[in-house]
Structure formats: C-alpha cells, structure tokens
Design a protein around this ligand. Sequence first.
Ligand code: FMN
Length: 186
Amino acid sequence: MKENWKGGNMLNPLPVVMVSCGDMENSNIVTVAWCGNVCTNPPILYISLRKSRYSYDMILKNKEFVVNLVTKDLAFKCDYAGVKSGKDVDKFEHLKLTKEESLYVKAPRILESPVNLECKLRDIIPLGSHDMFLADIVNVSVDKSLIDKNNRLKLEDANLITYSHGEYYSLGEYVGKFGYSVKKKN
Ligand SMILES: Cc1cc2nc3c(=O)[nH]c(=O)nc-3n(C[C@H](O)[C@H](O)[C@H](O)COP(=O)(O)O)c2cc1C
C-alpha cells in the first residue's frame, strides 16, 4: 500500500555542491542541492537559486561561477555555507577555505575541493521560487591524487557526499558499473 502526496521535490538522492562566485577579491560561497547535468555535448549543468541569495546578484553580474564537489571532510563547511549568507560573513575567511585562481573564469575555485567545474552562464530560466542558471562547463580541474598511472580518474576515492531528504551521507557500497546488467559473464 502506498500513500499519495501532492507533487513535491522528492527526487533523491541529490548532489550537494559548494558554488563559488565573484572574483579573487570579492567572492562568496553558496551551497546548492538543486543542481545537475543537463547536456553531455556541449557539457552543460544547472544550479537553481532563490533571488534572495547574496550569490544570485554576484553570478548575475559576472555571469560565471565554479561548482566545487564536496567531500566528507568538507561536509561541515558545506552546511555552514548553506545556512549563513555572504551578506553577513566572509565564508572563505570564516571557513578557512583557500581561494585558488580559476583558469577560465574570474570566480575562485575552492582549493580544498578535489574537483572544480568552471562554468560560464548561458541562460537564466525563471521558474518560481527558484531561477535556473544554465551554464557551460568550460574547465574541470581534478586533484592529481585522484588520477592513477593509467590516467583513470579514481573518483571513488574522493569521498564525495550526497544529500538525501535533508541529510548528508557518504556514498555506500559499490553495486555495479554502467552496463553490468547486460555484460556477458566469462
Ligand atoms: C544542503 C543545502 C542545499 C541548498 N540548496 C540550495 C539551492 O539549491 N538553491 C538555493 O537557492 N539555496 C540553497 N540552499 C540555501 C543557501 O545555500 C543558503 O540560503 C545560503 O546561506 C545562501 O548564501 P548567500 O546568501 O551567501 O548566497 C541550500 C542550503 C543547504 C544547507
């Protein structure tokens, strides 16, 4: 037996990311869970923001931002960046996070995050409570410790977290890989 509820944001689990914006002097970090990939080629992602976020106008102004993936070690700082506003606190300074110069955008990357996606704004789609920022991913930087000698990205070693129903989790057990359902057994 199932109960039926009215439509709501029950899609789970979700990525949770720290989005850095502004420039090297004047920057901010906002935590975002309403985000995702939307196109492989060209590589495009979205983040959805409320207009009330301090970051909203910063991104609107520079039309650039960086999506920083979140490890278990960064979870606490990620939560803080999602409850305190850049209006009131310099989150880079308070959280002792390091600004790293990006390659193609003015917004700094977060050095402590092992994977940074530099993004250039393509379009803003107003939807209601949130506006959707569609952006081209123009650069991906990856911590070298996550690349093995065969040049394979060992993302499974990054200890990335996920967000589900208001709670943060590390990833669980390995289940299988893409296409394993149809792979012939030797
Ligand atoms: C886990 C988590 C996910 C969040 N996801 C979003 C989101 O997708 N969009 C949004 O506008 N705010 C989201 N927030 C809230 C903002 O991060 C929060 O209001 C933040 O303080 C805004 O910072 P700013 O005013 O410096 O931009 C989230 C917060 C948390 C803790």
